[in-house]
Design a binder for this molecule. Structure first.
Ligand code: 5GP
Ligand code: ZN
Length: 159
């Protein structure tokens, strides 16, 4: 190994150890900054892997976000174990929020990519407590069963 290769290897090992210790932090990611306490957030839960804080918008009272401390762009890229852990935390927290806020239920949702409404590109799970059907949130499932061919769609997914 020449000295250039050695240096490259050393730098790579160093970067690897930083990522292991501190998680991969993305510059200019608002949620990485909240996780690192560089900007404030109303943190309602935290452990080594994830952190949960109140969503600024408060779509309904108690609207909370659960995020991994490590940066993943969206649900589609997130490490499966980290994501499973975040989901476990989201369930515990959702029960606590629903109970303490006297909600009747909640929506759990994650938007992946802009086309799906993702505006902050750090994987997060929304906990949105629900108080009544007319809460100011709209998630509508349109019935398109009469205009699509289920077999075609099935075959396309399974190919
Ligand atoms: P998305 O649209 O990506 O699924 O959700 C992003 C959410 O992050 C939005 O509901 C938005 O209100 C929330 N949000 C954006 N910036 C901040 C911030 O700086 N602090 C907090 N607490 N929430 C934020
Ligand atoms: Zn991030």
């Amino acid at each position: 190994m020449n000295s250039n290769n050695t240096l490259t290897q050393l730098l790579s090992d160093y970067r690897g150890s930083i990522i292991k210790k501190e998680g991969l932090k993305m510059d200019n990611c608002i949620f990485c900054k909240i996780a690192a306490k560089e900007i404030p957030g109303k943190v309602v839960y935290e452990n080594d892997t994830c952190i949960a804080f109140l969503d600024l918008s408060q779509t309904t009272n108690g609207h909370t976000l659960v995020i991994p401390k490590e940066h993943y762009d969206s649900f589609l890229e997130a490490d499966a174990e980290v994501m499973a852990h975040c989901m476990k935390v989201a369930q515990k927290l959702a029960n606590k929020i629903v109970e303490n806020m006297h909600a009747k239920g909640c929506n759990i949702l994650t938007n992946a990519k802009e086309v799906a409404g993702q505006t902050v590109h750090h994987f997060h799970i929304h906990i949105i407590p629900r108080y009544e059907e007319n809460d100011p949130i709209k998630i509508e499932f349109t019935d398109r069963s009469s205009v699509v061919n289920l077999d075609d769609i099935y075959n396309e997914i399974m190919k």
